[in-house]
Design a protein around this ligand. Sequence first.
Ligand code: GTP
Length: 234
Amino acid sequence: MKYKRVLLKLSGESLMGDKQFGIDNARLTKYAEQIKEITDLGVELGIVIGGGNIFRGVQAEEGGMDRTHGDYMGMLATMINAMALQSALESANIDSRLLSAIEMKEIAEPYVRRRAVRHLEKGRVVIFGAGTGNPYFTTDSAASLRAIEINADVIIKGTRVDGVYTKDPEKDPTAEKYDKISFDDVYSNGLNVMDMTAFTLCKENDLPIIVFNINEEGNLKKIIEGDSVGTVVA
Ligand code: GTP
C-alpha cells in the first residue's frame, strides 16, 4: 500500500451520473464499491464532497443573489450529498461518520479535528460535510484544508477525465496527459487542477494531489497500491 491515509475529493456533479440534476443512486453504489476495495486494504479515508449537482453559490450570484447567501446554500447542498454518500457506504457495510463544518447536530457530528482523526484511527470513513463552513471557499479548498489537518499522505481528486492535460481534453483532441507534473509547472502553464486557494494550500504544505477518473472501476485501488493512474501533482 503506497498511501495509508488519504483524502478523497468528489465533485457534486459526479454524483449526477447521466442525470441533469441531483443524485444517481447507481453511481453512488459504484463509488461505495470502489471505496470498499480500499477500506478493506486498511486505508484511512476522509471524503469531501461538493454540492454543484444541487446548488452553486457562484452561479446564484450571477443570477443576482448575494454571494455569501448562495455559498451557504451550497454548503447545505454538500450535506445532502454527504448524507446520500453515507447511506451508500452503510449499504456496502462500510463504517462511516459524517462531520459537519456547520453545526447541525441532529443530523451530523460537529467537525472537531481530533475526533475526525480518532474516527480514522478506528477505521471509519470520515465524510466532511458543509465545506469549510465559510463562504468564498470552494469544496476543493475544504478538501485541501481537511487533508492537511488530518495529515493525509495525499489528496485524490476524482473527476470525469483521467488526469491533467496540456489543454482541455474535452475540447482539444491534441491535448496530452501528464503522468506527473510539479506545482510550479501547473501554475506557470495556467492549468486548472483546483482553484488557486486550494492549490496553494497543497503546495505550501507539500501535499501531493492525484487527479484521476473516478468513473473507471478499480482506479481508486490502483492508486492506493501505487500504480500509475491519473496525474500526480507534487
Ligand atoms: P467512539 O466514541 O470513538 O466510539 O465513536 P462513536 O462515533 O461510535 O460514538 P458516539 O457515541 O460518539 O457516536 C455514536 C453515533 O452517534 C455515531 O453514528 C455518530 O456519528 C453519532 N453522533 C455522535 N455525535 C453526534 C452529534 O453531535 N450529532 C449527531 N447527529 N450524531 C452524532
